[in-house]
Design a protein around this ligand. Structure first.
Ligand code: UT7
Length: 317
């Protein structure tokens, strides 16, 4: 048994904050942000928005796209690092909102790799026969964990959510997933909102940007190699690369080292900025809806994030 993506959906808050707008309140410029990251704007949610609420809109769109009833879902995995509460999980809040009262539902915390982790887990549930129809959703309110006076981080992130619906099938679907982590890098990228006290506690994103950059380029190259080697393919065989959308320079370097032309890479970082666990399904939904990613295409997704965590998914659409 395989799992296949049969629907996608997204939700972005209406409010768009451009680089120009940001540079009115923090010491930065459109040119610096575009040159270093490729980001031109980000969506920022209103104060009353919730991570479960963003996820709800994305999931309803994905269920409609898949033509699946919420009651037929037996697994919900929500990837986020900005959950509504410690518990109940954001996944169970979402489950109630969509009118489902039986699916196994839980959150995954793997920072920007969260969607790939959640997809890998859902795929294994389905392959093991433990679920037949699953929702995997990445939903983030990063605006709530940013120090808006810190120009080194606040220009990089945005809010948003996106979801996929998976179905058990004998057709080819998710071909392989690869997940890794190395906790020894815990201090290079973090949000230390804590139940403990002490000097480490700091409720906003802290990042040693250029060190994260260096590790991201190395680990993403390795994960792409690992994935292609596992299935005996090369970059030429891949129709689309959908990287985690953190920084256009990292994305371009990964595509180049995989031997894939820039035209095969889906880019949304310019419009969405880094939406952490939501960025890959957002890019996938954009590319499916605009007709680039079609049924039968071979798609390679890869991500790197805090922890460090990193991973990939090779998917036949
Ligand atoms: O999604 C999880 C993974 N996260 C990532 O992949 C992010 C990885 N890192 C990056 O994307 C890049 O390191 C950044 C975009 C965060 C920074 O780019 P950089 O080329 O590594 O710049 P830098 O940190 O070395 O800073 C260069 C200069 C510094 O000034 P000095 O010390 O040279 O005078 C910074 O203070 O740029 C300054 N700077 C800014 N200037 C204007 C830092 N942020 C800004 C800003 N506007 N927003």
């Amino acid at each position: 048994m395989n799992s296949r993506i049969i629907g996608t959906g997204q939700y972005l808050p209406e409010n768009i904050v451009t680089n120009e707008k940001l540079s009115e309140t923090v010491d930065t410029s459109h040119d610096w942000i575009v040159e270093r990251t490729g980001i031109c704007q980000r969506h920022i949610a209103d104060d009353d928005a919730t991570t479960s609420g963003l996820a709800y809109h994305a999931v309803m769109a994905a269920l409609k796209d898949a033509n699946v009833d919420a009651q037929d879902i037996d697994l919900i995995i929500l990837a986020t690092t900005t959950p509504d509460h410690t518990y109940p999980s954001t996944a169970t809040l979402l489950q109630e909102m969509i009118g489902n009262n039986h699916a196994a539902s839980f959150d995954i915390s793997a920072a920007c790799s969260g969607f790939i982790y959640a997809l890998g887990i859902a795929d294994n549930f389905i392959k093991a026969g433990s679920a037949k129809k699953a929702i995997v959703v990445g939903s983030e309110l990063y605006s709530r964990v940013l120090d808006w006076e810190d120009r080194t981080t606040c220009v990089l992130f945005g809010d948003g959510a996106a979801a996929v619906v998976l179905e058990a099938t004998e057709e080819e679907g998710i071909i392989s997933t690869h997940l890794h982590a190395d906790g020894s890098y815990k201090d290079l990228l973090s949000v230390k909102k804590s139940v403990i006290s002490g000097p480490d506690v700091y409720p906003y994103v802290q990042m040693k940007g250029n060190e994260v950059f260096r590790h991201a380029v190395t680990k993403l190259h390795e994960i792409v190699e690992e994935t292609l080697t596992a299935v005996n393919l090369t970059g030429d065989d891949i129709d689309w690369l959908i990287p985690h959308q953190a920084n256009l320079r990292i994305m371009t370097a990964t595509a180049k080292r995989a031997g894939m032309p820039r035209e095969k890479m889906i880019v949304t970082v310019d419009k969405h900025a880094n939406t952490s666990a939501a960025s890959i399904p957002l890019a996938l939904d954009v590319a499916r809806k605009d007709g680039r990613v079609k049924k039968g295409d071979l798609v390679l997704m890869e991500a790197f994030g805090g922890g460090f965590t990193w991973g990939s998914a090779l998917v036949r659409m």
